[in-house]
Write a protein that binds this ligand. Structure first.
Ligand SMILES: *Cc1c(COP(=O)(O)O)cnc(C)c1O
Length: 344
């Protein structure tokens, strides 16, 4: 069966241009700092985000964990949103690897306010951990691909400067945020000390993420990447695909956003409970409780009808648009959703 796969934008496959770039890529041993293609990708990512240096890592998870390792010491506290990926989906990595605890805060649709963060910053006190890092997620995955308003980022930056706490943005889908907000990514990244973004999601590279920040930060991060087993030798063959992603796959993310809106509007018209204000980028999360089915059962029925989606809560279903999903396929998905056998 040919499925329409809306589980995630991670299912995107490398484009032909990427395959050709892999074939042509000049490579060397990157642990010796000798892979010209990795160096080119790291420089490109740093330049686009307005940072001094970049580090190619195996995954977004590795990028986030290396960032926490580089910003904190054992016994510190990391401020993050209650359903953030770094807390929710990274196997308790920050506790295990960095020896820090997460301070999880409630948000409005994935967006933390400066006031909420300020109230959680610890005073100097012998009993309390040190507030060592503020982590923001842009776009926010479990909130449905929501973006941080730039004013909110500016306010958080001001607070962080006042309290001398670094800010890390988990920007797995940073380019989706930038395209949705009509700005270049450096306009978002300017508010953070470090940013992680995925090449392997909407940008269609098969593997990898970039971590960007100051020279000093990246030098530290490079040691931690090595510690985690992330020294990848002739990684230029995969870095080449990331270069193509950054150069030619960013603007087209707008198509994914248009398809997500199309899908979301149809879902709302068909009677599914959905908060359209969260559909800002390429993620659509909706509630299926009105069908009498739990999300897992709903997703199983969708699969039988040829559509793959994800269950992200008891009654919450997630669909993600990406390269390779066309408006015509969205129409098919809508048709399937409207005719899905109900419970009983
Ligand atoms: C996907 C994702 C990650 C992790 O990326 P992997 O490459 O899958 O490890 C981190 N943060 C967010 C917000 C994500 O959506």
């Amino acid at each position: 069966m040919e499925y329409i796969d809306l589980r995630s934008d991670t299912v995107t496959k490398p484009t032909n241009e990427m395959r050709e770039a892999m074939l042509r890529a000049e490579v060397g041993d990157d642990v010796y700092g000798e892979d010209p293609t990795v160096i080119e990708l790291e420089k490109l990512g740093a330049r686009m985000t307005g940072k001094a240096a970049g580090l190619f890592v195996a995954s977004g998870t590795m990028g986030n964990q290396v960032a926490v390792l580089s910003h904190t010491q054992r016994g510190d506290e990391v401020i993050c949103e209650a359903e953030s990926h770094i807390y929710y989906y990274e196997v308790a990595g920050m506790s295990v690897l960095s020896g820090v605890q997460a301070r999880t805060l409630p948000s409005v649709k994935g967006v933390l306010s400066a006031e909420t963060i300020e109230a959680a910053i610890r005073p100097l006190d012998v009993h309390q951990p040190r507030s060592a890092l503020i982590c923001l997620e842009d776009t926010h995955n479990r909130a449905g691909g929501t973006c941080y308003p730039l004013e909110t980022l500016a306010a958080i930056r001001k607070l962080a400067d006042r309290c001398k706490i670094p800010v890390h943005i988990d920007g797995a889908r940073l380019f989706n945020a930038a395209v949705a907000q009509g700005v270049k990514v450096d306009k978002i990244a300017q508010y953070a000390d470090s940013v992680q973004f995925c090449l392997s999601k909407g940008l269609c590279a098969p593997v990898g993420s970039l971590l960007v920040g100051s020279e000093e930060f990246i030098a530290k991060a490079r040691r931690y990447r090595k510690m985690l087993g992330g020294g990848m030798r002739q990684a230029g063959v995969i870095a080449a695909t990331g270069i193509v992603g950054l150069q030619s796959m960013v603007e087209r993310l707008a198509e994914d956003h248009a398809n997500a809106k199309l899908l979301a509007n149809e879902l709302a018209t068909s009677g599914f409970a959905i908060d359209l204000s969260t559909v800002q980028t390429n993620i659509v999360i909706f509630d299926v409780s009105r069908t009498g089915l739990k999300a897992a059962d709903f997703v199983a029925r969708l699969k039988k009808a040829g559509v793959l989606a994800g269950a992200v809560g008891e009654y919450r279903v997630r669909m993600v648009t990406h390269h390779g999903i066309t408006a015509a396929e969205i129409a098919k998905v809508v048709d399937v959703l409207q005719h899905l056998p109900k419970k009983g």
